[in-house]
Design a protein around this ligand. Structure first.
Ligand code: EPZ
Length: 430
């Protein structure tokens, strides 16, 4: 959608928002639909630019893919192994389409994936796993060409580090391979268990998803069944909501997302002085006076503090009394939003080559509205959260980044009373 988000802050938030389905579950589920011989329906999928991008990739592969009301429906079988470089190069999730195309067509051609500039983000662990399963990887310029002359076979794969995407690649390849795949050092994010739940509902045999070791019994190229599936809620959207309530103060309920999916964020806000009421499938957070800094925080793989939540927690603590230091151990350039925080009057600095954000809270003093520019998805959302704590008006450009992961961030925050809107550029007169 693009345009500019305008925020008039220093107003408390009150109300309830239903948390949308998770971007980081829906995108791998769309890639997984390439393994299914029957139609796939993802119920209540979020309207995100990255979802539209994945639908374009599915159509380029030869499938029919589009919206049916609030659901996404994919049908037909892949017939083209070549993903369009423009779309594939724009988002990280395109790498997840390689394994299913390779499994179904014996070949996959794509480009190195794009995505938010939060680190180098190589795909070497994806490729090494696929090579261990019988694939051959070659580069022709920016294009990546994967072939599997004798098909994929099961293997014992140990990832060098916990990678969400590489774990998902092995799950997808393992489902189609001949024989058993045992994956060790798997990432434990809930989105991986959601993918396994979907695949098993389509006839796959995956055990251990959500733990460090996953076992997949391959189907030797036989397609999976189709399915109708409701993806899990977006724990980072829920984190955004509760951090917004902490930044702006007030009382907000995030409905439809179990607190256990984002427990570290809730624990941090509670430690900072918010009241947090944890229901089975919702959270109510109340914040009145100034918050307290919480000292040193470290991100990591689930169930640790999610790297995606780091900028959002930072935004909530800019006006706290006392220091907070957040170290991101997953990505090396997560805090691109620090410049925007400083423009709002926050006392922040980036250390350790970009991995640490140091926040000397303003001690309860308000921030001041400013002109801001989003540089990545979660950093952009964090600027909007911080602007809610600022007196006066803030304007945020670069909203295309935000639209990759939020089906209307300003609408979600306006629903709980934020003075926030989207201003679109004037249509060029033809
Ligand atoms: C997924 O990215 C998410 N994206 C990211 O969310 C999220 O931040 C990340 O997982 C960590 O939770 C999607 O699911 C579409 P990784 P992914 O592989 O899979 C290194 C958002 O804002 N690595 O777990 O790309 C990598 O550089 C996005 O919604 C390799 O070295 O993350 C990083 O340091 C941002 N080689 C670490 O592993 C590889 O082959 C973890 O990355 C793969 C990864």
């Amino acid at each position: 959608m693009g345009g500019m988000i305008k925020v008039r802050g220093a107003r408390p938030l009150y109300g309830t928002v239903r948390v949308p389905a998770a971007k980081n579950s829906v995108l791998p589920l769309l890639a997984a639909s390439l393994l299914c011989g029957g139609p796939v329906r993802l119920r209540g999928a979020p309207r995100l630019s990255d979802v539209e991008g994945c639908l374009a990739l599915l159509r380029a592969a030869g499938c029919a893919a589009g919206w049916d009301g609030g659901d996404v429906v994919v049908s037909g079988q892949p017939s083209c192994c070549r993903l369009p470089g423009g779309e594939a190069g724009r988002m990280r999730a395109s790498v997840l389409f390689a394994a299913p195309l390779l499994a179904r067509l014996g070949r996959a051609e794509t480009v190195l994936p794009g995505g938010c500039r939060i680190g180098s983000r190589p795909v070497d662990w994806h490729l090494a796993a696929l090579e261990a399963m019988g694939a051959e990887a070659a580069f022709a310029g920016q294009r990546l060409i994967l072939t599997a002359p004798a098909g994929l076979h099961g293997a014992a794969v140990r990832l060098p580090g916990p990678s969400v995407g590489a774990t998902e690649t092995v799950l997808l390849a393992g489902c189609a391979a001949r024989g058993r795949t045992v994956l060790q050092n798997a990432a434990k994010e809930p989105e991986i268990a959601d993918l396994a739940r979907f695949l098993n509902g389509c006839g796959a045999a995956i055990r251990g998803a959500g733990s460090g070791e996953i076992v997949i019994e391959g189907r030797a190229g036989r397609p999976l069944r189709g399915a109708s599936y409701a993806p899990m809620p977006d724990r980072i959207c829920a984190s955004t909501l509760v951090c917004a309530a902490a930044a702006a103060r007030g009382c907000v309920t995030a409905a439809g997302c179990a607190p256990g999916l984002y427990a570290p964020v809730l624990d941090i806000l509670e430690q900072a002085g918010c009241r947090v009421l944890r229901g089975a499938d919702s959270v109510t957070i109340g914040c009145a006076g100034p918050l307290r800094g919480v000292g040193r925080l470290v991100t990591g793989g689930y169930p640790a503090l999610a790297t995606d939540a780091a900028p959002l927690v930072a935004a909530a603590l800019l006006t706290a009394r006392g220091q907070t230091v957040i170290e991101d151990r997953v990505f090396e350039a997560r805090f691109g939003c620090a410049g925007g925080f400083a423009a709002l009057g926050a006392h922040v600095r980036v250390e350790a080559g970009g991995r640490e954000l140091w926040i000397e809270g303003t001690g309860g003093g308000a921030l001041r509205g400013a002109a801001l520019a989003a540089g990545d998805l979660r950093g952009g959302a964090a600027l909007a959260v911080a602007a809610l704590a600022a007196e006066g008006e803030s304007r945020i450009t670069g909203c295309g980044y935000i639209d990759r992961g939020y089906p209307g961030l300003e609408a979600m925050l306006a629903a709980v009373g934020a003075q926030i809107c989207r201003e679109m550029p004037p249509q060029a007169l033809d």
